[in-house]
Design a protein around this ligand. Structure first.
Ligand code: FES
Length: 162
């Protein structure tokens, strides 16, 4: 198993600067949350109170919006998000095996991030390129016609960590 690295430090100064841009603009809660995630990689839970104070909202309102949108993360994500398709076309062409192999290579389950914060593993309902099934996406690159050899090639740098 890979050695656990320190959780990335939260740059509260940078977050406060972003929050200041939206001071008092309740309508801009979602754009602010997206901007924080874009800059920091996720929305640290300790920022909820700061955002609420600045926008004149209750912390529970901010938390409610964060938990409603699945694309907003409250934990640090890996540098690359790996999305394995679990849609029907991919499933019937071996998507389950592809997911199992990716899990083994990365050493994490769905929704988890590798201890070195390189990869976060997710599954998606359909990537939209069913003709290339089974598919997965690493970052912004889609990889089609996946098979065990291709999975091994993609994550070959992970082998020494298992
Ligand atoms: S089902 Fe996998 S891309 Fe559509």
């Amino acid at each position: 198993m890979a050695r656990s690295l320190d959780k990335p430090k939260v740059d509260l100064k940078k977050i406060d600067t972003l929050i200041k841009e939206y001071d008092g603009k309740k309508w801009a809660l979602i754009p602010l949350l997206q901007k924080i995630q874009q800059e920091i990689g996720y929305i640290p839970p300790e920022t909820t109170q700061r955002i609420a104070n600045s926008m004149g909202l209750y912390p529970v309102q901010v938390q409610g919006v964060i938990s409603f949108y699945t694309q907003l993360y409250t934990k640090p994500q890996g540098k690359k998000v790996v999305r394995v398709c679990r849609g029907t076309a991919c499933h019937v062409r071996g998507g389950k095996t592809i997911l199992k192999l990716v899990r083994q290579h990365l050493g994490v389950e769905e929704g988890e991030t590798t201890p070195d914060y390189e990869y976060t593993l997710e599954t998606v309902a359909c990537i939209g390129v069913c003709a290339l099934a089974p598919n997965l996406v690493v970052g912004t690159t889609t990889h089609g016609h996946m098979n065990p050899r291709k999975v091994a090639q993609l994550f070959t740098d992970r082998k020494g960590m298992e």
